[in-house]
Write a protein that binds this ligand. Sequence first.
Ligand SMILES: C[S@@+](CC[C@H](N)C(=O)[O-])C[C@H]1O[C@@H](n2cnc3c(N)ncnc32)[C@H](O)[C@@H]1O
Length: 297
Amino acid sequence: MADAGFCCEKCERLFPIYKGIAIFISNAEWRNFFNKQFLDYYFSDEWRAIFERALAQDDYLEAIKLLDKYSDDKKWQESWANRLSEPWLENEEQQAAVWAGNKRTIELGNVSEAKMILDWPTGPGECMRGMLDKIAKDAVIVSSEINLLTIFRLKKYLEAMGLADNILFVNNDVTKMPFKNNVFDLVTAFGLTVEVPDPDKALRETFRVMHAGGVMVGNGDFYHEGSESIKIADEMNLGQIATEERFLKTARALGFKNIELETAWEGLDTDDMPDEERCPLPARGDWSAYTVIRAKK
Ligand SMILES: C[S@@+](CC[C@H](N)C(=O)[O-])C[C@H]1O[C@@H](n2cnc3c(N)ncnc32)[C@H](O)[C@@H]1O
């Protein structure tokens, strides 16, 4: 079923490697993460149907095989390939600023200097794809993501383009990173602030796995304390570092230094889609700031 596996010396758990992807999620963990509420918040009907079938499997390896098969769909692979140039925001000025902010994030990471790079949560790989033509030939990018369907699609797409040689794909929860302390020169995190439940734990893990002098660059939304958006973020367990004050307090307490914040875009939400079609965040009409972050250990 799996190509190979390895055994953790500490816990003696056996972790599979499936088609070059290191799997650090158990069946119980993935069922727990992709629970009904998560599917309701984040998934389209198409993804939901696929996940419900995979979640019904008794064994994660059976689920993995299903997700692998679904990710072969040619239509999906094409939509994946095109996705990065497609706007997802209605406000053109905001969209342009968000794209510019993403470019700026990579620029601030000085990626050509780094040998060990961790990218989380890789998702569709906007950040990673923006780095691939800039990294050193002998650099390694460890791509960390919990959604295996997403990993398969990105891996297959990059392999078809001949771009996957420097990448190690890891299926894990970024709030529990399966890496030693002090190993990465650079951590890149597009979606640092409000994409991952318990983002403060992911930030703590990021600090742990960076070596002294290492750099973290990331970006994401900030809201105002007391706003409807921060209320929703707290309800969704995403609010821990979702205001500038909360982020700075947490990052400083963890030991991050030289923290720089650049606002790529700020303003009021202008999205007028019906409630059931729009992201819950930011709350309708609310203020948010798309912020680029750089910090050192
Ligand atoms: C918007 S995407 C991130 C964008 C991505 N960094 C890029 O550059 O394109 C958010 C991703 O976070 C992933 N995610 C959410 N919680 C996670 C967790 N605890 N561990 C790992 N990945 C997680 C989701 O599966 C999703 O793919």
